[in-house]
Design a protein. Sequence first.
Length: 335
Amino acid sequence: MASISLKNIVKRYGSGKSAVPVIHGVNAEIGDGEFIVLVGPSGCGKSTLLRMIAGLEEITGGDLFIGDKRVNGLEPARRNIAMVFQNYALYPHMSNYENMAYGLKLAKVPKDEIKRRVDKAAKILELSHLLERKPRELSGGQRQRVAMGRAIVREPQVFLFDEPLSNLDAKLRGQTRIEIQKLHAELGITSLFVTHDQVEAMTLAQRMIVMNAGNVEQFGTPEEVYHAPASTFVAGFIGSPPMNLLKNAPGGQAGRILGIRPEHIDLCDGGGWPFQVETVELLGAERLLYGKVGGEDVTVRVEEGNAYPRPGETARILPREDRLHWFSQETGKRI
Ligand SMILES: Nc1ncnc2c1ncn2[C@@H]1O[C@H](COP(=O)(O)OP(=O)(O)OP(=O)(O)O)[C@@H](O)[C@H]1O
């Protein structure tokens, strides 16, 4: 196991005048054994960052340490890292056992040691009864477990996951998420998990790095990111539906954006803000009311079973005082 340290990491694709800057100086200290999720919208540079740590992409500037060793120029095979990809990348003609054993065989690990490691990984992943089958004889979720097994047997210092759940359906994604958490609890290997899905990020992360356009917007626990987003970008990205952001809120201040989550607004009989309801959506346990306050979009969440206004009506709403967030209109940063 090992810590990972990113010091002012920069990435540019190409060179000279045609160089495309993609990562603009990322700093992060990841502790030994931590499970970190890297989350952000498509194109923000998550995969590029992960691939630089894996050694699959050259680092343009800055220093990357794994443990106390600077590894910028070290080839991937010598970084003691295992990577799990979205598309599993299993060999179709090999059995699942052979797929898991292949890397060790190449590394000339003795046969009985290979068997010991594969059997142990298969047991952890509940794959023992499927080892003789070929990957095509497995479900998507089982295939992803074989891919994880292949990573585990190498007993790496670091696991890198590149959107490994995105080919699975919603239910299986949920189950596999739980398995990955169990695996981490059992093995305690430093892990970096890339996703664009904020729900996946919130549920898996011990700490999460929220990225936007090649920069780190926030690095914190899911609680910190949810309760104290560092910027309007994070406020709008984390949480579903996203935080309401109002430039001209009643009682607001010039130059400031007021943020309030839909779940932190109550309906009231008098006082509060006038809220013109436009549409209402039922999502099982809750109802979302979409409408306007003074011309700005506002979403309000009401627990199912409670009274709620209908489209076309004007209701009164009261944001909870202790749940208000303030951001600078100029920089978007939290005040
Ligand atoms: N080989 C390349 N040459 C030039 N630009 C590239 C190259 N690879 C990636 N990029 C650009 O770098 C930026 C970051 O890409 P990256 O794949 O890291 O994003 P991402 O956050 O992982 O996105 P996604 O979730 O869509 O995979 C994008 O703007 C992309 O177009």
